[in-house]
Design a protein around this ligand. Structure first.
Ligand code: TYM
Length: 346
């Protein structure tokens, strides 16, 4: 595999409340990656419409996710911040990848099965095809690294399969057009840290999710300090004090989750947290967690509110980001079309 220029890409759907899982598993890590990499962060509105979205609400959510990116510390002067539908190359490459990906590969996707549920026949074709568009998002930029939460692992494996098959199927044309042995990198997922899978505050065996009917299951980025405090205090726990070693968190999903959240918010490890709070009762630990969560999330929520009050500014950031994104994607997609054998407009 030839060396590809290091580039980070990731995306977040503008569908409902952003929560602590989105922040700790993804957005907070996006911010940190800016120091080391050239990064593109995308509000994936084409993905959002794979399930019905009220149009006015979708517009609002696109701006809100953009505001969350900026409020969390993504610097739009450095990183490329944009929404997917403004860059036509995503949908264009997705079509070509539809003809590379195999039905059998998509049939294995667990997220489709979960989201479509029992009413599979009534799911949109877009929902089924969702992971192919995701591969196009990443590979339109030939991105080498993708920070995501654990739940996206299977989709990133599919992205690698598509890249590999394209590289193999078109090996001759790729070489002929001067791109060497491979046109697409085999993108590396970056899944990690203490909060790669943040769980529901009501049930430590279920993922924290936008679609959970109970708002007490999650902390939203826009929750005020009172709401954060109430949700943490009501979070499910068990009867034992915290252990001193991480081994003691096994089979204690709620304790493990709260310790993981504390660690991620504090840029620490579970070991660090237990060194300080091992032996503590949940009442004391939850008090410290409320203080920490309010200190870290409060300013982000407040800044998001300030930013969404000025949609003109957000839209300008997105427009500038889209132009920069397209400048990277357009030559890549033009090269893909040559490789596939299409005739270019001259
Ligand atoms: P989405 O919008 O569902 O979630 C955005 C990011 O948040 C992470 N995440 C979590 N991390 C830890 N614990 C949780 N409980 C939790 N819930 C969500 C997700 O893993 C994700 O990183 N398919 C993607 C969006 C996407 C994308 C892409 C991502 C579209 N194209 C290309 C990367 C690259 C999604 O639905 O994320």
């Amino acid at each position: 595999m030839p060396a590809f220029k290091e580039l980070v890409f990731s995306g977040v759907q503008p569908t409902g409340n952003l929560h602590l899982g989105n922040y700790l598993g993804a957005i907070k890590r996006f911010v940190a990656m800016q120091a080391q990499y050239e990064c593109l962060y995308c509000v994936v509105d084409l993905h959002a419409i794979t399930v019905w979205q009220d149009p006015g609400e979708l517009t609002r959510q696109i701006r809100e996710v953009t505001a969350a990116f900026l409020a969390a510390g993504i610097d739009p002067a450095r990183s490329v911040v944009f929404n997917q539908s403004q860059v036509p190359q995503h949908a264009e490459l997705a079509w070509i990848f539809n003809c590379v990906a195999r039905l059998g590969w998509l049939n294995r996707m667990t997220q489709f099965k979960e989201k479509a549920g029992k009413d599979r026949e009534n799911a949109s074709i877009g929902l089924y095809d969702y992971p192919v568009l995701m591969a196009a998002d990443i590979l339109a930029y030939r991105a080498t690294h993708v920070p995501v939460g654990e739940d996206q692992k299977q989709h990133l494996e599919l992205t690698r399969d598509i890249a590999q098959k394209f590289n193999n199927d078109f090996a001759g044309a790729i070489a002929e057009h001067g791109h060497g042995e491979a046109f697409f990198p085999l993108t590396e997922p970056l899944i990690g840290g203490p909060a790669a899978r943040v769980m529901s505050l009501r049930d430590g065996t279920k993922k924290m999710s936008k679609s959970d009917p109970s708002d007490y299951s999650r902390i939203n980025l826009t929750d005020d300090p009172d709401a954060i405090a109430q949700k943490v205090r009501k979070a499910k726990t068990d009867a034992e004090p915290l252990p001193s070693e991480t081994a003691g968190l096994e089979k204690r999903p709620e304790a493990d989750n709260l310790v993981g959240i504390f660690a991620a918010l504090n840029d620490a490890s579970r070991e660090d947290v237990l060194r300080e709070y091992g032996g503590a009762q949940f009442s004391a630990f939850k008090g410290a967690l409320v203080d920490l969560a309010v200190a870290k999330l409060g300013p982000i929520g407040a800044e998001m509110k300030r930013l969404v009050a000025d949609p003109g500014h957000i839209d300008a950031v997105l427009a500038e980001g889209a132009a920069r994104a397209e400048a990277i994607a357009a030559p890549n997609i033009a090269a893909v079309k040559d490789i596939v054998g299409f005739v270019r407009r001259r």
